[in-house]
Design a protein around this ligand. Structure first.
Ligand SMILES: [Zn+2]
Length: 425
């Protein structure tokens, strides 16, 4: 295997120049044996490979999607063929999709400016999302308030929307999105959800009023503002596919910590990297990052959260703890049953199929993940969504899928929130 990896690096160098002006592709690899999985895992650990793993090698059941910079395409395809590992190209021209996405955003911003309206079927930058939040709070001031929970590494405020009909520190539900910067569908879904919760309350549509008569809902639309801003700086893959936050690290050439490996939940285990250049860099110590610290402090000091839900993408998964270990959580029967029913509710709208399971079994071993942190601190109803799609577009989900995604997610969330409300503990 060492030989093949060395060959891979050499070929990458040889072909770098002649293929310089091309586009990245996303390859889907279908591992057929444990040996294939070991080879792919090793490749992912090699941060110098230049490969961007969108999904991981866990089992032969689940495909591995890799964004391959153009300069590495020839070498990787050759490497896979030599190792008899089958693959297909699922995104042939990444650059074309990036340009199309950017053009759509520019066009939409112009229409929004002219019509002075907010289009839920479009992706927005941080500034526009923050303005949207202000407008929403202003028009629903009897229900929503904006809470600043602290600043990021680059000194941007982190705002949580609090939906409350009164009372002090009522039992509460936490929902966050955008912890990983490139997962734009999660931010866009959260924006739609904020509006939907407000509208359903105003129009007295079940189950929102009854939930809000007993509980508060806290919604953090952008959990990683610095990373999100970075994804908007240009339509180059380096920006658009940024996952981590933007903090300085011990490496001069690499920024950013994976915020979903930085939590004080079995931090430092094998399900994260200690290399600052890795996509899954856990940070120097548990909760070293401002963004994680701010959320953890807020939830801990509130001390009455009954549910913790976090929106990511992609792969259409609804997951519960654990991520750090493959054993079942104590509440597994209930969590599995509730997640399965939520998945059925989601399916009922557009027929979108989700899979249910623990993070460890559905994605990969993950140490320092927020879901485990919440669960280990006694928040029983802890769930993570990986939203659409299953790889046709991956992180470049077209904007016309935002509202259908948000609506079906709402079906699952409504079920989950009502269940939490009906099962106090
Ligand atoms: Zn994520």
């Amino acid at each position: 295997m060492r030989l093949y990896l060395a060959v891979f690096a050499l070929l990458a160098a040889v072909h770098c120049e002649e293929l310089f002006n091309g586009t990245d592709q996303v390859l889907r690899i279908n591992a057929e044996s444990k040996n294939h999985i070991q080879i792919l895992k090793k490749l992912e650990r090699d941060v110098d490979s230049g490969l961007d793993f969108w999904t991981h090698a866990v089992s032969t059941e689940q495909p591995v999607d890799i964004r391959v910079p153009h300069s590495r395409l020839y070498a990787l395809k050759d490497f896979l063929k030599k190792n008899n590992i089958p693959f297909t190209v699922i995104i042939n021209n990444v650059q074309e999709l990036l340009v199309r996405e950017r053009e759509e955003m520019v066009r939409n911003a112009e229409v929004e400016r002219q019509t002075k309206s907010f289009n839920f079927a479009a992706y927005h930058d941080l500034e526009t999302i923050y303005k949207f939040m202000d407008t929403l709070v202003a028009s629903h001031s009897n229900l929503i308030s904006k809470v600043n929970i602290g600043s990021t590494f680059e000194d941007r405020p982190m705002y949580v929307l609090k939906f409350s009909t009164g009372g002090e520190k009522r039992p509460a539900i936490w929902i966050d999105a955008g912890m990983h910067a490139r997962e734009w569908i999660s931010h866009a879904t959260a924006v739609w959800l904020a509006d939907r919760i407000a509208t359903d309350f105003k129009k007295n549509r079940a189950p929102v009023p009854s939930i809000l008569s007993k509980m508060d809902i806290y919604l953090l639309i952008v959990a990683n503002p610095d990373g999100y801003v970075f994804t908007h700086l240009s339509f180059s893959p380096i920006n658009r596919f940024w996952r981590k936050n933007r903090s300085a690290t011990s490496s001069r050439k690499c920024n950013g910590v994976d915020l979903n490996r930085n939590w004080d939940a079995e931090f430092g285990g094998p399900g994260a990297s200690d290399d600052p250049c890795a996509e899954y860099y856990r940070g120097p110590f548990a909760q070293s990052e401002f963004e994680v610290k701010n959320i953890a402090k807020f939830i801990t000091s509130h001390s009455n959260f009954k549910s913790f839900m976090t929106l990511h993408s992609y792969m259409q998964l609804l997951m519960y703890p654990y991520g750090y270990i493959g054993i079942d959580a104590l509440d597994w029967p209930e969590l599995h049953d509730v997640a399965t029913k939520a998945k059925i509710a989601l399916y009922s709208l557009h027929g979108t199929v989700y899979k249910v399971g623990s993070i460890f079994h559905k994605i990969d071993q993950a140490n320092g993940a927020s879901l485990d942190w919440a669960y280990l601190r006694g928040i029983k109803y802890s769930f993570a969504f990986d939203l659409r799609d299953t790889g046709e577009y991956g992180f470049l989900l077209p904007a016309d899928q935002i509202v259908p995604t948000a609506k079906e997610t709402w079906f699952a969330l409504k079920y989950l929130m009502k269940y939490v409300c009906d099962h106090p503990y």
